[in-house]
Design a protein around this ligand. Structure first.
Ligand code: PEP
Ligand code: MG
Length: 950
C-alpha cells in the first residue's frame, strides 16, 4: 500500500539536473531495500517515454513494466530540492517522489496527491517547507469537501417515526461511502436538534470516512417530540467541511424558506437550495477503461489535452460511485478519480459541444489514450475474474472429510436448505388482482404455520405462533395496501414492507428485536415463495440430516432436536458458532464440508460421523450397519457415563482432574449441576450483557452472578470479565471500526480503556461472592502490564468490598501469554487456556473463516506446545491450569490434555458426563507418554492419528 509518511522524506537535497536527481532517488530506493540495483535504468527509460512532471513543482519518477521485477516492496521515497531541478521544458521540480511499484499501486498515491495539487501555489510552499512534517501537511492538502449530491437526498421515504427516518439518512450516507456500517447506530445516540419548520438535524463524527450530508423527508406526516417532522438532515461530520453548507441552510431558514426543502419533489430542487452537487442534465456516455494500469498520469494527460480542444465544459465521473463528476480538462482532477482498468467512466458534456466531444473522447479512451490496451472480456465492467471452479454434487458412495464439530453418528435423508433467489415483477396486473394474490398466499402460509405449531414442541411452536401474529399485523398489511394502490405487484409490495419493518427493528439495536427482524424476513420469504409459486421445501417426516451453508443462532432456535438427526454445514470450523450450538443441543455435526455438499438432492441418504468429521453420501449397506452399531455402542457408553456423572473424574491410576461447565447465562444453573458439573469453569459474562437490552447496572449484574453462585451451592465459579470486540460485538456498546478487529481493541484491552465498565462488573462480582469461592479471570491478556492493571483494579475494590475466597487469573488465549507464562505464573493464581482463540492466533486462522477455520485444530502440536509451556510454568509456582476452549470436550483431545497435566477441563454442560467417563478410562502415565509423543508430531492430523493408535 502506498501511503505518505515523514520517514520517507529527505529534505534539502541538491541535484545539478534531472539525471542526477533520478540517480539520487534510485540510490535511496535501493538503500532502503525497495528495489534492486538497475532500477535507475527503469526511471530513466520512463522519463524518456514522457516526463513524469505532475505540476505544482512535483515529479513522480517511476519504473517501466520491464523493470517491475526489480521491485522488492511497494513504497515511495521523497526528495525535496529547494533550489529546484529543471525537469525539461522549463518545468521546475522541488519535490521528486520516487515510486517503487509493481502494478498500478501508484494510482493510490496520485489520488492522495491530487487534493494537494488543486492548491494554487503549492510549488513555492514545497520549496520553502522546512521540515518533513510541514511538507507532508502540504501534500495532504486541502480538507475533504462535503459530499452532497442527488444520491444523498431521499424524498418521501416510507418511515414510521424519527428513528426510521434517521436510519434511512444513515443508509444513504453509507451507500455513498461516507460512513461505515456502524454509523446508523452512532446516529441513534446523537441528540436531535430542531431547526424550525419541522426540519431536524442530527450529526456525528464517529464512523465517518468522508464528510457528507444526507437529507431525508418522510412519505407521511410525522411528529417528533410534539413537533412536526418534515425533514431530517443527517451529517457525517469531519472537520469544518460542512461550514459553508450550514451557513447557507441558516440563511434559508431565516428567510422562512424551509418548505422549499421538505416540499421539494426532486433532489435537484433540494440541491439547488443547499448549493449541493446537482448532476448536470447534460448528454452523457459511458465507456469501460481498458488501460492496464488505469488512468495514470500519462493517459490522463492525453485525455485532458484532447478535452481542452473543445470549448465547453466536459466532466467525468466513475459510474455508480459517490464521487462527483470532475472536469476532464484538469489533469489533477482526472487523477483524483483513481480510475482502474475495468471501471466504467461516465462522461458528461455541455449540450453545445456534446455531439462532437463525447464521441471523440470515447473513441480516444477506447483506443487507450496513447497506450496499448488489451480489450476487456465482453460484458465485463471489472477486472476479469478467474473462471469459477465448477462444483458438482458429491456422488453416491463418496466420503467427504469435514471437521467433526459435535460427536455422534447420525444417518438420514439430506434436507438441503439453501436460500433461494426469487424473480418477481415489480409492477402488478391490477390492484384488485394483486390484493387477491396476496390474500391467498397469506392464507396458505398461515395454515402451514398452524400445522407447524401443532407438530412442534412448546418452545419451537411459540416461534411459529409469533410468525402467525406477524402475518396478521395490520400495520404491515396497511403499508402493503398503500403500495398495491400505487401499482406495485403483490410480491414487490410485500417484500418492500417486510424489509423496511425488519430494518426498523434492527435499527433499534436490541438483541431481541434483531431476532424479530430475522423472524420477519423468515416469514416474509415464506409468503414470497408462495406468491412466486415456489413450493416450500417439505421437512422430511423421519429424522433427517440438515445441510446448510452455515447454521446461525437464529436457525438453531428453529431446530427440533427430535427431528434433526445431524447437521452438515458447508462452511465453518470446530469453534464456529454452528459447532458450539450443535454441541449444546447434542446433535452430531460436521462443519466445513465444502460447498459441493449444498448441491446434494434433498432426500439423498447421508451418514455422518461427528467425531471423525466425515460425511458419507448414500453409503453402502455394510458401512451404514457398522456405523449404526458403533452409534449404539456409543449410546450405551453415554448412558453409562450419564449414570456416573456425579462421580469424580479420576484416572485408572488415581490422578484426578476437575470437570467444570462453560455457561453463558445465569438461569439453568441447577440443570448444569444436575449434569455433573463440579463448578463453573467459564462464565462468559458478555453473553449475560447481550441478554440485556442495555448495559446492566451493578445491581442487575450482582443479581445475575448471585444466582449462579447460589445454584452452585459452594462449588467454585470462574468468571471471565467482559470479553467484547473481535467476533463478540455488543449492540449497545459501539466500538470504533477497525481494519482488523481481531487484532484490535478487544477483551481486556477494551475494558481497561473503559474502566468504569470493568469497575461496575468487578463490584457486582465481589458483592455477589459472600463467602463462596469466586475466581475472576481476564480475557485476551497479551501483556504483563494488562494483567497488573486489571489486578490492581480488583485489589482496590477488594479493600472496599471484602471477599473471603477469591482467586485472580488470566485466560491464556494469545500466544504471548503462553510464552510469558513463567513470568505471569509468579503473579496469577491460575491460568485458564482458551484454546479457541489460542488456536486462532497461533495458526493465524480466523476461527470463523468460511474455508480456513476447518484447519484451526487445537490438537495442532504448536498449540499443544503452548499449553505445555503454560502448565509447566504454572506448576513450577504451585498454580493450577484449566482448559475452557472447545478442545476440552473433544474426545480425542481429553487424553492429550490429561497427559499435559492440565488440572481442570471446562466444557459445555452436555459433555460433562462423557468427559468424566473418558478420564476414568484413561491411565495418567500412558496419557503423559501420549502427550510427549504428540508434541513431536508435525500436524494436527498426525496428532489425531496418533491418538487413534493409542
Ligand atoms: C476461547 O477462546 O477458547 C474461549 C474459551 O473463549 P471464547 O470462545 O468465548 O472466545
Ligand atoms: Mg476467547
Amino acid at each position: 500500500m502506498l501511503e505518505l509518511a515523514k520517514e520517507q522524506i529527505a529534505m534539502g537535497q541538491t541535484a545539478a539536473d534531472k539525471a542526477e536527481a533520478l540517480r539520487l532517488l534510485a540510490d535511496r530506493l535501493v538503500t532502503d531495500g525497495l528495489v534492486a540495483d538497475g532500477y535507475l535504468q527503469g526511471l530513466q527509460a520512463r522519463e524518456a517515454q514522457g516526463s513524469t512532471f505532475l505540476g505544482q513543482g512535483i515529479a513522480i519518477p517511476h519504473g517501466t513494466p520491464q523493470t517491475r521485477d526489480l521491485v522488492y516492496a511497494t513504497g515511495v521515497r521523497l526528495l525535496q530540492f529547494p533550489e529546484g531541478v529543471d525537469w525539461g521544458d522549463g518545468q521546475m521540480v522541488y519535490l521528486a517522489i520516487g515510486i517503487a511499484a509493481r502494478s498500478d499501486e501508484h494510482l493510490r498515491l496520485l489520488q492522495l496527491l491530487t487534493r494537494a495539487l488543486g492548491e494554487t501555489d503549492l510549488a513555492e510552499a514545497l520549496r520553502r517547507a522546512s521540515s518533513a512534517e510541514a511538507l507532508l501537511k502540504l501534500l495532504q492538502g486541502a480538507p475533504q469537501a462535503l459530499a452532497l449530491d442527488a444520491q444523498l437526498v431521499g424524498l418521501n421515504l416510507p418511515a414510521e417515526d424519527f428513528d426510521e427516518l434517521a436510519w434511512r439518512g444513515a443508509r444513504l450516507l453509507q451507500r455513498a461511502d461516507c460512513v461505515d456500517s456502524g454509523f446508523a447506530a452512532v446516529l441513534q445516540q446523537a441528540e436531535p436538534l430542531p431547526l424550525g419548520e419541522g426540519l431536524w438535524w442530527l450529526h456525528s463524527e464517529r464512523q465517518v470516512r468522508q464528510p457528507g450530508l444526507a437529507f431525508v423527508t418522510p412519505q407521511q406526516p410525522l411528529r417528533y417530540r410534539d413537533q412536526p417532522l418534515n425533514g431530517l438532515f443527517c451529517l457525517a461530520s469531519l472537520g469544518a467541511a460542512h461550514q459553508a453548507l450550514l451557513e447557507r441552510l441558516c440563511e434559508v431558514l431565516i428567510e422562512g424558506r424551509g418548505q422549499t426543502l421538505y416540499q421539494a419533489t426532486s433532489s435537484r430542487a433540494v440541491l439547488e437550495v443547499l448549493g449541493g452537487e446537482a448532476p448536470p442534465d447534460w448528454p452523457c456516455a459511458r465507456v469501460v477503461l481498458a488501460n492496464p494500469h488505469g488512468l495514470h498520469a500519462r493517459p490522463a494527460k492525453v485525455l485532458a489535452q484532447l478535452a481542452k480542444a473543445f470549448e465547453g465544459d466536459i466532466r467525468v465521473r466513475l459510474a455508480d460511485s459517490a464521487q462527483p463528476a470532475v472536469s476532464v480538462k484538469s489533469l489533477s482532477k482526472l487523477l483524483s478519480l483513481g480510475a482502474r482498468r475495468g471501471q466504467v467512466l461516465e462522461l458528461l458534456a455541455e449540450p453545445a459541444v456534446a455531439a462532437d466531444a463525447l464521441p471523440a473522447l470515447l473513441a480516444a479512451i477506447e483506443q487507450g489514450l496513447g497506450e496499448e490496451v488489451e480489450p476487456l472480456p465482453q460484458g465485463t465492467s471489472a477486472e476479469p475474474e478467474a473462471a469459477p471452479e465448477v462444483v458438482q454434487a458429491p456422488p453416491a458412495g463418496s466420503r467427504i472429510q469435514g471437521v467433526g464439530a459435535a460427536p455422534g453418528i447420525a444417518s438420514g435423508p439430506a434436507h438441503v436448505c439453501v436460500e433461494r433467489e426469487f424473480d418477481y415483477p415489480l409492477r402488478g396486473e391490477s390492484c384488485t388482482q394483486e390484493r387477491q394474490k396476496l390474500r391467498d398466499a397469506l392464507a396458505v402460509v398461515s395454515s402451514e404455520l398452524q400445522a407447524l405449531v401443532q407438530r412442534s414442541d412448546k418452545a419451537i411452536g411459540e416461534i411459529f405462533v409469533t410468525h402467525q401474529e406477524m402475518l396478521a399485523d395490520p400495520a404491515l398489511t396497511d403499508d402493503v395496501e398503500q403500495r398495491l394502490a400505487q401499482g406495485e405487484s403483490a410480491a414487490a409490495a410485500w417484500m418492500a414492507v417486510i424489509e423496511a419493518a425488519a430494518r426498523q427493528q434492527e435499527a433499534l439495536h436490541d438483541a431481541l428485536l434483531a431476532e424479530r427482524a430475522a423472524d420477519l424476513r423468515d416469514v416474509g420469504r415464506r409468503v414470497l415463495a408462495q406468491l412466486c409459486g415456489v413450493q416450500a421445501q417439505v421437512e422430511p417426516e423421519q429424522p433427517y440430516v440438515l445441510v446448510m451453508t452455515e447454521v446461525g443462532p437464529s436457525d438453531v432456535a428453529r431446530l427440533d432436536p427430535g427431528r434433526v438427526a445431524g447437521i452438515v454445514t458447508a462452511q465453518g470450523g470446530a469453534t464456529a458458532h454452528s459447532a458450539i450450538v450443535a454441541r449444546a443441543l447434542g446433535i452430531p455435526a460436521v462443519v466445513g464440508a465444502g460447498t459441493a455438499i449444498l448441491l446434494l438432492q434433498s432426500g439423498t441418504p447421508l451418514l455422518l460421523d461427528g467425531q471423525r468429521g466425515t460425511v458419507s453420501v448414500a453409503p453402502p449397506a455394510d458401512e451404514l450397519q457398522r456405523a449404526l452399531a458403533e452409534r449404539d455402542q456409543r449410546e450405551q457408553r453415554l448412558q453409562a457415563a450419564w449414570a456416573s456423572r456425579f462421580e469424580p473424574a479420576v484416572t485408572r491410576d488415581g490422578h484426578a482432574v476437575e470437570v467444570f461447565a462453560n455457561i453463558g447465562e445465569s438461569t439453568g444453573i441447577a440443570k448444569v449441576v444436575d449434569q455433573g458439573a463440579e463448578g463453573v469453569g467459564l462464565l462468559r459474562t458478555e453473553l449475560i450483557f447481550m441478554a440485556h437490552p442495555q448495559a446492566p447496572d451493578v445491581a442487575t449484574q450482582e443479581a445475575e452472578y448471585r444466582r449462579v453462585l447460589d445454584g452452585l451451592d459452594g462449588r467454585p465459579l470462574v468468571v471471565r470479565t467482559l470479553d467484547v470486540g473481535g467476533d463478540k460485538p455488543l449492540p449497545y456498546w459501539p466500538i470504533a471500526a477497525e481494519e482488523n478487529p481481531f487484532l484490535g481493541v478487544r477483551g481486556v484491552r477494551l475494558t481497561l480503556q473503559r474502566p468504569h465498565v470493568m469497575e461496575d462488573q468487578l463490584r457486582a462480582l465481589l458483592r455477589a461472592a459472600d463467602q463462596r469461592p469466586l475466581r475472576i479471570m481476564f480475557p485476551m491478556v497479551g501483556q504483563v502490564h494488562e494483567w497488573r492493571e486489571a489486578r490492581a483494579m480488583v485489589e482496590r475494590l477488594r479493600a472496599e468490598i471484602p471477599v473471603a475466597d477469591l482467586q485472580l487469573g488470566i485466560m491464556v488465549e494469545v500466544p504471548s501469554a503462553a510464552l510469558l507464562a513463567p513470568q505471569l505464573a509468579r503473579e496469577v493464581d491460575f491460568f485458564s487456556i482458551g484454546t479457541n482463540d489460542l488456536t486462532q492466533y497461533t495458526l493465524a486462522i480466523d476461527r470463523g473463516h468460511p474455508s480456513l477455520s476447518a484447519q484451526a485444530d487445537g490438537l495442532h502440536p504448536a498449540v499443544l506446545s503452548l499449553i505445555d509451556m503454560t502448565v509447566r510454568a504454572a506448576h513450577a509456582h504451585g498454580k493450577w491450569v484449566g482448559v475452557c476452549g472447545e478442545l476440552a470436550a473433544d474426545p480425542q483431545a481429553v487424553a492429550v490434555l490429561l497427559g499435559l497435566d492440565v488440572d481442570e477441563l471446562s466444557v459445555a454442560a452436555r459433555s460433562i458426563a462423557e468427559v468424566k467417563a473418558l478420564v476414568r478410562q484413561a491411565d495418567h502415565q500412558t496419557a503423559r507418554a501420549l502427550a510427549r509423543e504428540a508434541l513431536q508430531q508435525d500436524s494436527a492430523a498426525a496428532v489425531r492419528a496418533l491418538v487413534e493408535r493409542y
